[in-house]
Design a protein around this ligand. Structure first.
Ligand code: BTN
Length: 326
């Protein structure tokens, strides 16, 4: 069943300890702190080395972590993950059709609330409105979080906005890039899209079975195909240097968990935070209503997560789906 739960092994604990200390740590200290034998420490150091970690060992000083590989694995994700539940059950794939599709399959097989599905590459990445989401290997973060309704304090429509807020805040915190949210949940930098979110759910008339929040971030992409480069960018392009994918992922999971929980107690405060980062507000936006293209000024976000716009004749209308252009 949920294999992810067994992932915090001695190896992960050794890794975490070395990561937290950044200097020489003796085998004795590791053995005392982690309550395992010196031989077990030595074996686990070697296992870490064989999965690409460079760990220096100096007589009388001990071990020091020199280099962590740029790979995504359960142990790397779990070491340093500060959440209560989100991402604690993690399923990593080298290549998969779509992490959203995989999350849905495993949801049916009983995967727990907060399970994380992440892939180096997606061969059938899905975007909103039936579009394709390019998900090449190695440079992006393509992942889905499974949420179970019992633990959902929020209306489903707003979950997707809250996920956007979590990504936007995390990017700003870790990269200082001036990321903004384009309603409902594209993350843009300087008008170009860096992240998209696709939320899917399975529900009966009166009961939600599960919600899958799929997040795609162009992290270290250096070049985009011409047709994409006018509207897409990456964190690397915007920051001029590579960004650590796993740290960003960990930050997003923490922020998303915090925001979902804060939202129960103080939805207004979370909405206020969303609004300060929403680039669509106070702008003229284009949208389609009854098949007719219209423009109006975006003035607010309603408590239900809709974009409230003021039309030329002064009337207010709420938009709850479809394409909005800033
Ligand atoms: C959009 O159109 O803006 C939404 C893009 C969502 C892409 C992510 S990548 C991880 C997850 N798996 C998918 O197939 N899609 C989402």
């Amino acid at each position: 069943k949920d294999k992810g739960r067994d992932c915090m092994s001695t190896k992960d604990e050794v890794l975490k300890y070395l990561q937290n200390h950044q200097q020489y740590v003796s085998g004795e200290e590791l053995s005392e702190q982690l309550l395992v034998s010196r031989t077990a420490i030595w074996k686990n150091i070697n296992t870490l080395r064989s999965s690409g970690y460079e760990i220096e060992s100096v007589t009388n000083r001990g071990y020091r972590l020199v280099f962590s590989p740029n790979t995504i694995s359960p142990e790397i994700i779990l070491s340093g993950l500060k959440t209560k539940a989100m991402g604690k059950n993690v399923f990593c794939f080298d290549s998969i059709d779509s992490t959203n599709a995989q999350a849905k399959r495993q949801a049916l097989a009983g995967a727990s609330n907060g399970s994380l599905f992440i892939a180096e590459q997606q061969t059938g990445g899905k975007g909103r409105l039936g579009r394709v989401w390019a998900s090449p290997s190695g440079t992006g973060l393509w992942f889905s979080v499974l949420l179970r309704p019992d633990s959902l304090p929020v209306q489903v429509t707003n979950i997707t906005l809250l996920a956007g807020l979590a990504v936007c805040l995390s990017i700003r915190k870790l990269t200082k890039a001036p990321a903004m949210i384009k309603w409902p949940n594209d993350i843009v930098i300087g008008g170009k899209k860096v992240c998209g979110i696709l939320t899917e759910m399975a529900a009966e008339i009166d009961r939600i079975e599960y919600v899958v929040v799929g997040i795609g971030i162009n992290v270290n992409t250096e070049n985009f195909p011409e047709e994409l480069s006018v509207k897409a960018t990456s964190l690397r392009v915007e920051c001029g240097k590579p960004v650590a994918r796993v740290e960003l992922l960990q930050e997003i999971l923490s922020e998303f968990e915090r925001i979902l929980s804060d939202y129960t107690d103080r939805p207004e405060a979370i909405f206020a935070e969303y609004k300060t980062l929403c680039v669509s507000l106070n702008r003229t936006v284009g949208f389609v209503r009854n098949k007719e293209p219209l423009t109006a000024t975006a003035v607010d976000i309603s408590p239900a997560g809709e974009l409230v716009v003021r039309c030329g004749n002064g009337s207010l209308i709420s938009i709850n789906s479809g394409e909005v252009t800033v």
